[in-house]
Design a protein around this ligand. Structure first.
Ligand code: AHM
Ligand code: MG
Length: 333
């Protein structure tokens, strides 16, 4: 059996499809190498002393886990010297990270959530890394350089540290999935063209927030719960891992809809998930796999960001379901 590696896939994207220039290809390879190092640490857990609280808070006031800090450092240190980047931004850092003066600078911006699903780390449930690549306008590296709508993304991906370690990637030409061959330390292409099934029976939402939802979301979920006896005329199943990467990977594989909708609890936080390094990269991947990604009402990737750590409501997955929620928003809000 011929095994296609990540390098071969990226070279072909560069050569045959002219999707990516060589420096972007090399940047993605460095990110993929960092992901391997994070995977090793996630896999060792208590043996490497990486579980538990780090004893610090991030800019959003959330307690950092040791693995959040380790994963963040791995990504920064792996990427700062390569010469492809103008700057980086991370969920774990209040401000953009400029490339140190001793290294050459490039034209790209790398944004990431180093370890998504932090609350699952200590209970041995799948977590992930999410990243997005933008071009830096005129080589700028201040916060405003990062505030670009998701439509400007050149590449996006996520790693899923589960029973297997996976890397799911788009460079704007469909979505490919790679599995880490742990013996060889190589990424092997295992799904060249992920497509979200149009029709679905499965939804993912944190139902404990129901009392804070918009009427459109409440109506949609009530109709799913009503099942065969309700207006949808069929039964639906619910799954919630609590790691966005795992929940989104499930819907990319077997269809479904994922929602973290607007939450009325705190008007300064219109959603739970962060726009630039969670919602936009996942939205780009979902669209490239034939799905839809919205805020409930409008297309996620067209939103013009106002702040680096801005939160946003997220609805994404099978187009039939996501567009139904859009219809309810138009009717009810
Ligand atoms: P994190 O980046 O701090 O881990 O937060 C993001 C996570 C998502 O992975 C997940 O979908 C959501 O937050 C879970 O939220 P909840 O705790 O409400 O289930
Ligand atoms: Mg996260």
């Amino acid at each position: 059996m011929q095994r296609i590696t990540l390098t071969q896939y990226l070279v072909e994207q560069q050569r045959e499809f002219e999707r990516i220039p060589a420096d972007l290809r090399l940047l993605i390879e460095v990110v993929a190498r960092a992901v391997k190092a994070i995977s090793v640490n996630v896999g060792k857990g208590a043996i490497a002393g990486v579980l538990g609280e780090a004893g610090s808070d991030n800019v959003q006031g959330e307690a950092q886990k040791r693995l959040d800090v380790v994963a963040n450092e791995i990504l920064l240190l792996s990427n700062e010297w390569g010469g492809h980047l103008a700057g980086m931004a991370s969920e774990e850092l209040p401000d953009p990270y400029p490339i140190p003066n001793r290294y050459p600078r490039g034209g790209y911006l790398l944004l990431f959530d180093p370890l998504d699903g932090s609350s699952n780390i200590d209970v041995n449930i799948s977590v992930g890394t999410i990243f997005s690549v933008l071009r830096s306008p005129d080589g700028a590296t201040d916060e405003s350089a990062f505030l670009q709508p998701g439509t400007q993304q050149l590449a996006a991906g996520y790693a899923l540290y589960g029973p297997q370690t996976l890397l799911v990637l788009t460079v704007g030409n469909g979505v490919a999935a790679f599995t880490l061959d742990r013996e060889f330390g190589t990424w092997i292409l295992t799904e060249p063209n992920m497509r979200i099934p149009g029709h679905t029976q499965e939804y993912a939402i944190n139902a404990s927030n129901a009392r804070f939802w918009d009427p459109a979301i409440k109506r949609y979920i009530d109709e799913l719960i009503a099942g065969r006896e309700g207006p949808r005329g069929r039964d639906f199943n619910m799954r919630w891992v609590g790691s966005m990467v795992a929940d989104v990977h499930r819907l990319l594989t077997r269809g479904g809809i994922f929602m973290y909708p607007r939450d009325k609890r705190d008007p300064s936080k219109p959603g739970r998930l962060r726009l630039l390094y969670e919602a936009n990269p996942m939205g780009f991947i979902v669209e490239q796999a034939g799905g839809m990604a919205t805020t409930g009402a409008g297309r996620l990737l067209e939103l013009v960001p106002e702040a680096l750590h801005q939160r946003v409501p997220v609805v994404l997955g099978s187009p039939e379901e996501v567009s139904r929620i859009g219809d309810y928003y138009r009717e009810m809000c």
